[in-house]
Design a protein around this ligand. Structure first.
Ligand code: ATP
Ligand code: MG
Length: 466
């Protein structure tokens, strides 16, 4: 999309600073929130003046832009914005301190060529997630904790412009007829937006920031998410081609753990990954990446995870890694695991390993294939070897809480056996941190023969309760 179009679509017509809209009346009625940080602080000029200034700069920039101008010229555009701001201030005889002017310029540039007030959050390494809930509330996640920032948007339209800016280059839209959208930023960050009337408090945007340096096994050990012994155990399980399911709640760290598990796949194997939004980052050379496609505006052309998984099986994979199972693809994956594609890895949403089994059954039934439950359960029990439960605890830390073996069937029931389990000892009164550890239950997994057969030595000690 040309910058000219972006600017033209940018913003409602200027309104007088004295007029009060319904939106503002509502805003006035909302209880005051206590921000914990103020990142965009440009006290002089006021919100209305700042908006007026932005519109003036945009108007002049628009007049001189050619329709072909593109965001690629952004360095030139930034320079031009600086010059126009100088002109406008001079014409109006406005004196502005150097630091105020720099701040104002930053806000203008972020609004005109970037993602507005949240721009500083996107470049802040300590922020892992940005959540906009209407114009007055922008939350971030820092070190596992949610924090309200002092950042505000001018109004609902201001947020909508930012949404538009994110999705327009992807040929998507977000309006009354399709009021929610999934998209990605250029850097790979995952974006979801939902607007009124579905979102009652104004446009609501959730951005999961993409880390260019994904967490490695060493990081997870350092953060206390797993112990070195568990790292060794999981490495052995992946190398021995066990089928592993990572389960956990939203944002608990499933994809991160899947990435770490995938990093244990030997470099001479052909890995094919299927994802809704490509998040995995593997180091192996022979890695084929597949990504689903959303339907176009007419609702056609969608390619689902299930379609990808079916394709994958014709692509001679050594390993199939599915970003997340949400539906019928679970059955294709289970059948693939049972028919020679062992060593497959995936994630799913569930709160315990037992729940994860139930989810697998329900998702497999969503495939539309008419398989009796008892037969399905048998297939699942023989396909899946190991379940790893990932959880975000109350103190904001993310940890593996269960490593559970699927042993097989007894009558109608699938037998699960915990091999490691997180045990909470206490909570630090000062920091609120949960104190405890991931400990062996004392039981040895019955798939140890597979690990030996793969030529991997694993000390029996790691299963001994100390
Ligand atoms: N063990 C960990 N310790 C600290 N931070 C982590 C850990 N695992 C993941 N994270 C961070 O938590 C956030 C969510 O991680 P991730 O995307 O892996 O979660 P998810 O369970 O896949 O989420 P979703 O349900 O939305 O797919 C990311 O910012 C990631 O960097
Ligand atoms: Mg995920």
């Amino acid at each position: 999309m040309s910058l000219l179009r972006r600017l033209e679509g940018n913003g409602p017509p200027p309104r007088s600073s004295t007029s009060v809209t319904e939106q503002e009346k509502k805003e006035g009625e909302k209880p005051a929130l206590q921000p914990t940080a103020t990142l965009v602080a440009t006290p002089p000029p006021s919100k209305d003046k700042s908006k007026e200034l932005k519109l003036k700069v945009q108007e002049r920039l628009l007049k001189e832009m050619s329709p072909q101008s593109d965001a690629k010229d952004s360095e030139k555009i930034k320079e031009r914005i600086r010059e126009i701001l100088d002109q406008i201030l001079e014409e109006g005889g406005v004196l502005m301190g150097r630091s105020d002017k720099e701040k104002q310029l930053e806000v203008l540039i972020a609004d005109i060529v970037g993602l507005g007030p949240i721009e500083p959050l996107l470049s802040d390494e300590s922020v892992s997630e940005v959540m906009i809930v209407g114009p007055d509330r922008v939350f971030v996640e820092r070190r596992g904790k949610l924090v309200l920032t002092g950042i505000k948007f001018e109004d609902n339209d201001h947020i909508k412009q930012i949404i538009e800016r994110i999705i327009a280059p992807l040929g998507r839209r977000c309006d009354e007829s399709s009021p929610y959208v999934d998209a990605r930023l250029k850097d790979g960050s995952r974006v979801h937006a939902i607007i009124p009337p579905l979102a009652l408090d104004g446009p609501t945007v959730t951005i999961r920031k993409f880390s260019s340096k994904p967490l490695q096994v060493e990081d997870l050990i350092k953060f206390g998410s797993m112990t070195p012994e568990i790292g060794e155990f999981l490495r052995a399980c992946v190398m021995a081609r066990l089928n592993i399911i990572v389960s956990g709640g939203t944002g608990s760290g499933k994809t991160t753990l899947l990435n770490v598990l995938s990093s244990f796949i030997p470099p001479d194997e052909r890995i094919i990954t299927c994802e809704d939004a490509a998040e995995l980052q593997l180091q192996q050379e022979h890695w084929v990446r597949l990504e689903t496609r959303k339907p176009n505006i007419e609702g056609k052309g969608a390619v689902t995870i299930r379609d990808l998984v079916i394709n994958t099986l014709r692509m001679r994979p050594d390993r199939v890694v599915i970003g997340e199972c949400r539906g019928g693809e679970a059955l294709d994956m289970i059948q693939a695991m049972n028919t020679g594609h062992d060593g497959s890895l995936t994630t799913l949403h569930a709160n315990t390993p037992r729940d994860a089994l139930g989810r697998l059954e329900v998702m497999s039934m969503m495939s539309g294939m008419d398989i009796p439950l008892s037969a399905l359960r048998k297939q699942i029990a023989s396909a899946v070897h190991l379940m790893v439960q990932q959880q975000r605890l109350h103190d904001g830390s993310r940890k593996i809480t269960y490593i559970t073996e699927v042993q097989g069937m007894e009558g109608d029931a699938v037998i699960l056996q915990d091999i490691f389990k997180f045990e909470q000892d206490s909570i630090d009164a000062e920091t609120g941190k949960i104190i405890g550890g991931m400990r062996p239950t004392g039981l040895r997994p019955s798939f140890m023969n597979k690990i030996h057969e793969a030529g991997i030595e694993l000390s029996a000690d790691i299963f001994t309760r100390k």
